[in-house]
Design a protein around this ligand. Sequence first.
Ligand SMILES: C[S@@+](CC[C@H](N)C(=O)[O-])C[C@H]1O[C@@H](n2cnc3c(N)ncnc32)[C@H](O)[C@@H]1O
Length: 250
Amino acid sequence: MNENFKLYSQYYDLLYQDKNYVQETNYVSGLIETYRPKSKSILELGSGTGKHAFLLAEKGYSVLGIERSEEMVAIANKKKNESVSFKVADITKFNLDQTFDIATSLFHVISYLNDNESLIQTFKNVHEHLNKDGIFIFDVWHSSAVYHQIPEKRTKILQNESIEVIRKANPVIYSEKNVVEVNYEIAIKNLSDKSINTIAERHPMRHFSRPEIELLAYATGFKLLGTEEFLTGSVPSTNTWGVCYILKKI
Ligand SMILES: C[S@@+](CC[C@H](N)C(=O)[O-])C[C@H]1O[C@@H](n2cnc3c(N)ncnc32)[C@H](O)[C@@H]1O
């Protein structure tokens, strides 16, 4: 079982309750309409708790989410829609015996792949699972923003009716690898009995430049169709943390 998101998944939706999945899904379906209209099926890599998947299904797509965290998949499977399903799988080594019009990987999932071998393997897997002219849409950390803004320590505090979560992030920069290791110290306070559970997690995130993704695409059978700031569609700048890439299978 994968350890990184094991406990994290229990309060993931609380931590990201301010994340606008509806807006993000509208943005992604807009990209699909632009780059491959009439698409019907979506393979979602790193589908987490399934929020994008269910919203995409409401727009008429059938979605299969693959996700390495059993806990995340269990949360996703609590919701039901006959056009949506989830599988526990590693995006670097899956084989589904099925092809799709679109592949998506949202909220920096590809940045979790730190080494070139995993990236190449994942992109090749996606290529094999796409139909003719299939499109691969994903967002990753943007190198020029990381160099410009320099990740700093920060604390996030959230609460629902039963728990309070205090998450401290302490980033360590590995410049020679294009990786920022975000070390989280997470305290979960049970509001009824006041007990506190503390968890430490390590999230090594790789950041990318456009030429790097272009080269990766070229090496794995894709063409780069577009690069833009995730959600706004603006030209990526030194203030753009998340950049969206749109690749086409060739
Ligand atoms: C930041 S979360 C994003 C989840 C979801 N896409 C969302 O937008 O809410 C990153 C997800 O990627 C998954 N992940 C990271 N590496 C993976 C891998 N090699 N195979 C499958 N899932 C992976 C994690 O388990 C986690 O659920």
